[in-house]
Design a protein around this ligand. Structure first.
Ligand code: AMP
Ligand code: MG
Length: 476
């Protein structure tokens, strides 16, 4: 069998893509194949092993593939670009998993397209393995995300700041690649018919039950909002910094998408930024909920004409929703924190309990603090104490927290607070080794992050002092 592609996007959304093949890869080699994911999706592991080097590098195509680059626009760091699109990606097709769900299979790093602008259309091995690792970590942590099916090297070298690096392609699976920017692409051209066609398509694909709602487009906007609010609350609970929350990097499926300069925060600091180009801190850790609301406002703007034929009424409907996002986010975040803190039921004072912990833990390792709090539920805080610069403020907090604990708090906290996240120094070490031809550290790290709730001493410690401030890069 091949994928038995069924390409609804190409069939139904004329004007939203350009058909073209990936670049040929001269000497393809499969370096990572996600067997657990393949099995989940009903794909044949033996076939993927046999054909993967060709298929996932772009060297050969599955017999029924109909590759295309998708069009989208986007606000990048607040500035609008009417034509972004897949500048180095090809949708190979959509397939159905045995549970009836529809998936995009996309290659990333597979060559130039008419959307490439100045870029070379390629990707280096390190950044593709990085997306593979971090997206697998997110999946294991229960966070909605696009998945990585494979990484193949192409046999080419790509020129980057640090020299000629091994070129690679990532094969990525997503519930869809519909972005806020996909709507903006047509809205920016004043093409109301295509905005409506895309909205109808998105509803049919992600929220089919809403087609019968009194106002399906408002209901769709609410559904996207609910998914995104939950997603960002999960990111925040894990200390995850996406790094480039442009509107083209926000998926209406509610999946985390486009792992570029992302990283997990170690010492808690609201202003944490990793991306080399985010000099203003627009996408800093604590700004993510604000950017979420900002991006949803951009989505709402594209849908106004569908919300109501009367323009004033459409704006009122949108504003009522946009005004509610901050409150909905806060409620979702506090709910995430109740899980992390093992609290029993809900209490009006939980909000303050969360805030007070956050101010007391300035600088403390985010992941280890919550992990060790689970141990402190029983009364022994000796492992927690060394994480704090000043533990005095915590005495009173711990007492109030213990008064709020659920009977099974320790178990619940162990299931909510990972021991293992992809620590930045470990990620870098694995990618550097892989770039030099040694995949062993990558394999070991991958195994560790796939069991995030299992203590694993070697992967739990923060970066050593000498590692310094972590800097990440886009478009690599
Ligand atoms: P990203 O920052 O990865 O979300 O990418 C933003 C835009 O730049 C998208 O339109 C990408 O397709 C495009 N892009 C990123 N890197 C490259 C590259 N090496 N070659 C061509 N286009 C790229
Ligand atoms: Mg992107």
């Amino acid at each position: 069998m091949t994928f038995r592609f069924d390409n609804s996007w190409l069939r139904e959304l004329q004007g939203s893509f350009l058909r073209l093949p990936p670049d040929p890869a001269p000497a393809p080699q499969l370096v990572a194949l996600n067997l657990p994911l393949a099995l989940e999706l009903g794909l044949d592991p033996a076939l993927l092993r046999a054909e993967g080097a060709g298929w996932f590098s772009g060297a050969t195509l599955p017999s029924d593939a109909d590759p295309a680059a998708l069009a989208y626009a986007g606000h990048q760091f607040g500035g609008f670009s009417p034509s972004l699109g897949d500048g180095r990606a090809h949708l190979l097709g959509e397939f159905l998993s045995p549970d009836g769900r529809r998936w995009d299979l996309q290659l990333k790093g597979s060559g130039r397209t008419p959307f490439s602008r100045g870029g070379d259309g390629k990707a280096a091995l390190g950044p593709m393995l990085r997306e593979y690792l971090i997206s697998e970590a997110m999946a294991a942590l229960g966070v909605p995300t696009t998945r990585s099916l494979a990484v193949a090297t192409t046999g080419e070298r790509v020129q980057r700041e640090d020299g000629a690096l091994p070129g690679a392609v990532l094969a990525r699976v997503a519930a869809s690649h519909i972005r806020v920017g996909s709507f903006q692409f047509h809205a920016a051209r004043g093409d109301a018919a295509r905005v409506k066609a895309l909205a109808d398509y998105a509803i049919a694909r992600h929220d089919p039950e809403l087609a019968a709602a009194p106002n399906p487009y408002l209901a769709f906007f609410d559904a996207v909002t609910a998914r995104q609010v939950r997603l960002i609350a999960q990111w925040m609970g894990l200390g995850f910094v996406h790094g480039v929350m442009n509107t083209d990097n926000m998926a209406i499926s509610g999946e985390t998408i486009d792992y570029g300069p992302c990283a997990f925060m170690e010492g808690y600091a609201p202003g944490t930024v990793f991306s080399s180009i985010d000099r203003q801190g627009r996408y800093a850790y604590a700004n993510q909920p604000l950017i979420l609301a900002w991006n949803l406002a951009r989505l709402a703007e594209t849908l106004l004409g569908l919300f109501d034929l009367d323009a004033d009424r459409a704006v009122d409907l949108a504003n009522a929703r946009l005004g509610a996002i901050a409150g909905a986010y806060r409620a979702a975040f506090v709910q995430v924190m109740r899980g992390k803190l093992g609290l029993r039921g809900e209490d009006a004072a939980d909000d303050a309990l969360v805030d007070e912990l956050l101010s007391a833990m300035a600088g403390a390792d985010w992941t280890l603090t919550f992990y060790r709090l689970a141990g402190a539920a029983g009364g022994d805080d000796s492992r927690l104490r060394p994480l704090f610069d000043d533990f005095t403020a915590m005495a009173d907090w711990l007492q109030r927290w213990r008064g709020r604990l659920a009977p099974d708090a320790a178990e619940r906290m162990q299931a909510a607070n990972p021991a293992v996240i992809p620590r930045n120094h470990r990620v870098e070490e694995a990618l550097a080794a892989a770039t030099a031809g040694d995949m062993a550290p990558f394999e070991a790290l991958l195994a560790a992050i796939r069991a995030p709730f299992t203590p694993n001493e070697a992967y739990m410690l923060p970066a050593p002092q000498g590692f310094g401030a972590y800097v990440t890069y886009c478009g690599t």
